[in-house]
Structures are given as C-alpha cells and as structure tokens.
Design a protein around this ligand. Structure first.
Ligand code: URA
Length: 178
C-alpha cells in the first residue's frame, strides 16, 4: 500500500491538515468501505469515521452483527477539506494513487455516498437508482465489484438510507463470512 508522505502537498487540502487520515481496520480484508472526506474528529485523531458519521456507521454495523475490525475503512481523500465541504475533482485525483493502492486486490468495494461514486465510478447522478447494485471498477488493471450505498450521514434523517446501508453491510457480511 502506498501512503502519502507525512508532509504531502499534492493538493491544497494539506493547508488545513492536522493529521493525514489513513485506512483503519483489517488492512487485508476482502471488503473495503470508502467514505468521502475526514471530518474534524478524524483530522484530530488521524483515523477514519471516528466522529458522528463513525457512530452511525458503527451502529449500522452492530445492527447487522458485522464487526468493524473485519473490514478496511478509508476515504477518497486523506485530508479534511475546509468547512467539511465535498472533495473537489482535483483533490480526489491527487489522492487517487493512494486510494488505488489501498483498493488493489480487494473482492468488494463499498462506496459510502456520492464522493466515492464520483471518484471511482465517475457517476454523479442520483443515489437511489444505483444503491446496492453491483458495478465494476477498474483498479490498476483489475476488475473489482463496487457496491454504491448511502453515506452514514444520509441516514440521520432518512430511514430508507439507514435500511439500505444495513442491507449493504448484511450482504457483505454473509457473502464473505465476516
Ligand atoms: N465522513 C467520511 O466520509 N469519512 C470520515 O472519515 C468521516 C466522516
């Protein structure tokens, strides 16, 4: 896995960074969850999904009996954007070499929300028609299954999103005996 240098300045997000937020969980899991961008807590702790979104993700995992330590969790970019805005195309492109190296050799990539979908599938349409479908992405010349689902923060006010996210997690838990 290629990691950015501690003083990485491949894009402007480095200006607001406290810590790089690198993948966590089982780094050799067949299943990887790709979120959007680190938030304030992630920036401070240097780990993905440790703040509010992380609590919601943890709850969804607990609901289906999937142990968080059995999957790998990462983001499209490794540094927190100002005001928690979405990552820009150029920022995702600058970080893509690291993401590709994290995703290579996996069996399934779960995209949590729109940024992962835009980055990996080049899709920026509505979520509903593609959630829990099986797509294919090319990662360093290898075809890997990609399942788009809702971002944990979308689950705060949307019961449907909560149910779909649980469905995704249940599906991979069963498929890979996690
Ligand atoms: N939201 C994300 O997409 N990723 C994180 O790491 C935290 C919040």
């Amino acid at each position: 896995m290629i990691q950015p240098k501690a003083d990485c300045s491949l894009c402007g997000l480095c200006k607001g960074r406290t810590n790089l937020v690198l993948p966590s969980g089982d780094l050799s899991s067949p299943v990887v969850l790709v979120g959007a961008t680190p938030g304030a807590n992630e920036d401070l702790q240097g780990a993905p999904f440790v703040g509010r979104a992380g609590k919601i993700l943890n709850q969804a995992m607990e609901d289906v009996g999937l142990d968080r330590s059995k999957v790998m969790i990462t983001n499209t970019v490794k540094c927190r954007p100002p005001e928690n805005r979405d990552p820009e195309k150029e920022e995702m492109a600058a970080c893509r070499q690291f993401l590709d190296s994290e995703l290579a050799g996996r069996k399934v990539i779960i995209g949590l929300g729109k940024s992962a979908l835009t980055d990996l599938l080049g899709y920026s349409g509505p979520m509903a028609p593609v959630v829990n479908t099986r797509q294919t992405v090319d990662i360093l010349g290898e075809k890997i299954t990609f399942i788009p689902t809702y971002h944990p923060m979308a689950c705060v006010y949307q019961k449907v999103a909560r149910e779909e996210l649980r469905k995704t997690l249940r599906m991979v838990k069963e498929e890979f005996n996690l």
